[in-house]
Write a protein that binds this ligand. Structure first.
Ligand code: UDX
Ligand code: ADP
Length: 478
């Protein structure tokens, strides 16, 4: 096996593949890296001369793309030739939760993993290290291995010399912080059976990651660790969110409680911010994968335990919607509600599983008129998310909303449009610019009695209250 790496190919130019390979290219200037995707529009966006128009918003990403693109970083729709020349192939395709068939709503849909593995099997040449980077269910490496081997058996008749080794190298980047996470990760996890391939991948990372941060395990430990890391993080969010409701009833303040418990070094201060619920493409999907795995092995108590984390997350969104309706005299009919922030967290344009989707859908069901502002999310993304939400409600026969009502929202290019005549403002994403809102100006634009619902603890309650605004803040009793 040749341990000199000249060409890397990454299949999937999404939130994982794009930023990961940009950082790889920056750190490994002597290696050619090509990110391939079937989606022509996405590739053309990655190649856009205007770096503001990259398909993904991520702080620091455009600077790295500017430095590396068309030098040793390439974006292409040419799968065949780039797979053929690659020494290492990273698989970073999407793995959403299945929506129908066995395991619907829980298991991951592996059709994209299967189809890109087949392409790899067909076009790879010589020895290729295949690395799974997508978030995947445990034992997906086995599926990849079996598929690749089945092609080898067929081709061995034609005495083709191709060989593969499979590694698991899950990505732990958090959106909005991806570049920092990739440049100085807490750890790199490499799972595999073949020592030589593990060493090849490890040697790539040691160009910028200290060796003691690289953990090597067997394939299954690596795959499971990714699910467990996300499940533990999500569990912390559900834990603090469950406590936010107790604070509201008892007079405790969630910020004070978070600080008090976070200073215990065994607990730690991170991931203790109350929120309208966790979103993003990973947490829910990974817990569902874990639940599916537990059920498969008959571990019902374990699966019930993790289901609790998801139930609190759903409940948190629902109870926020209910509080909004309650505070506005039990009816939102015809009222204008401003929604600030639609992405699932700050510093990303990603809306997947954003709590804003469910909360806005609830408010539309209550016949409110919604104005939405988000500094990075496009109107099309919001439109797609709301349409999908309605489709899901309808398919579960839970809809109480007409298509026409779903159109009762508008997209604001300018934040001031949200304030005009609004009865309430709901802060759903913790964008930095929301922290410096001019409350005097806002209060002069809103209709009274005016409500502010702060679901991210970013509003200075005293300043806003000074102008007669009613402020409800998650996890506070006033
Ligand atoms: C997560 C993991 O952090 C990352 O390691 C993995 O690779 C992918 O999944 P991501 O989903 O991008 O990353 O963002 P993260 O920062 O983990 O936030 C997830 C959700 O939890 C967001 O909706 C965020 O608002 C919420 N959250 C996070 C809270 O509500 N409170 C917190 O204290 C922290
Ligand atoms: P993630 O957040 O995991 O990166 P995304 O959905 O953002 O997920 O990106 C996954 C990308 O993988 C998409 O751009 C999709 O077009 C691409 N993709 C899916 N299947 C294939 C395939 N067989 N070959 C090439 N690209 C693929």
């Amino acid at each position: 096996m040749n341990s000199k790496i000249s060409n890397i190919c990454c299949i999937g130019a999404g939130y994982v593949g794009g930023p990961s390979m940009a950082v790889f290219a920056n750190k490994l200037p002597n290696i050619n890296i090509t990110v391939v995707d079937l989606n022509k529009e996405r590739i053309s966006d990655w190649n856009n001369k205007d770096l503001e128009k990259l398909p993904i918003y991520e702080p620091g990403l455009s600077e790295i793309v500017r430095k590396t693109r068309n030098k040793n970083l390439f974006f292409s729709t040419e799968l065949k030739q780039n797979i053929a020349k690659a020494d290492i192939i990273f698989i970073s395709v999407n793995t959403p939760t299945k929506t129908s068939g066995f395991g619907a709503g829980k298991a991951s849909d592996l059709r994209w993993i299967e189809s890109c593995t087949r392409t790899v099997a067909e076009f790879a040449k010589g020895h290729t290290v295949v690395v799974e980077k997508s978030t995947i269910p445990v034992r997906t490496a086995e599926i990849i291995k079996n598929l690749l081997n089945s092609y080898l058996k067929k081709e061995s008749v034609n005495s083709n010399k191709k060989t593969f080794s499979i590694l698991s190298n899950p990505e732990f980047l958090a959106e909005g912080n991806a570049i920092k996470d990739l440049e100085s990760p807490d750890r790199i996890l490499i799972g595999g059976e073949d020592e030589t391939s593990i060493k090849i991948l490890k040697n790539l990372y040691t160009n910028w990651v200290p060796e003691n941060k690289i953990i090597c395990t067997n394939l299954w430990s690596s795959e499971l660790s990714k699910l467990v890391a996300n499940a533990f993080l999500a569990q912390r969010v559900s834990s603090i969110n469950s406590i936010s409701s107790i604070c509201e009833c008892t007079g405790a303040d969630i910020q004070e409680v978070s600080k008090a418990i976070g200073t215990d070094s065994r607990i730690g201060e991170k991931f203790l911010s109350p929120s309208p619920g966790f979103g993003g493409s990973c947490f829910k999907k990974d817990i569902l994968n874990l639940i599916y795995l537990c059920n498969f092995y008959g571990l019902d108590q374990v699966s019930n335990y993790w289901e609790g984390v998801l139930k609190i997350n759903e409940w948190q969104k629902k109870r926020i919607s209910q509080i909004i309706v309650e505070k506005l005299f039990g009816t939102l009919y015809g009222k204008k509600i401003g929604v600030l922030g639609f992405s699932f967290k700050a510093n990303t344009n990603d809306t997947r599983e954003s709590p804003a989707i469910d909360i806005v859908t609830d408010l539309l069901e209550e016949k409110a008129k919604i104005s939405i502002f988000d500094p990075k999310v496009t109107k099309d993304s919001i439109d797609n998310e709301l349409k999908n939400a309605l489709f899901k409600l309808k398919s579960r026969n839970m809809h109480n909303i007409e298509n026409s009502e779903l159109k009762n929202w508008n997209y604001c290019e300018d934040i001031n449009e949200v304030f005009n005549n609004a009865d309430a403002l709901i802060f759903l994403t913790e964008w930095e610019e929301f922290k410096s809102i001019d409350w005097e100006k806002v209060s002069s634009l809103m209709r009274y009695p005016a409500w502010i619902f702060d679901c991210r603890s970013i509003i200075n309650i005293d300043k806003a209250s000074k102008y007669g605004l009613n402020v409800w803040s998650l996890g506070k009793s006033k």
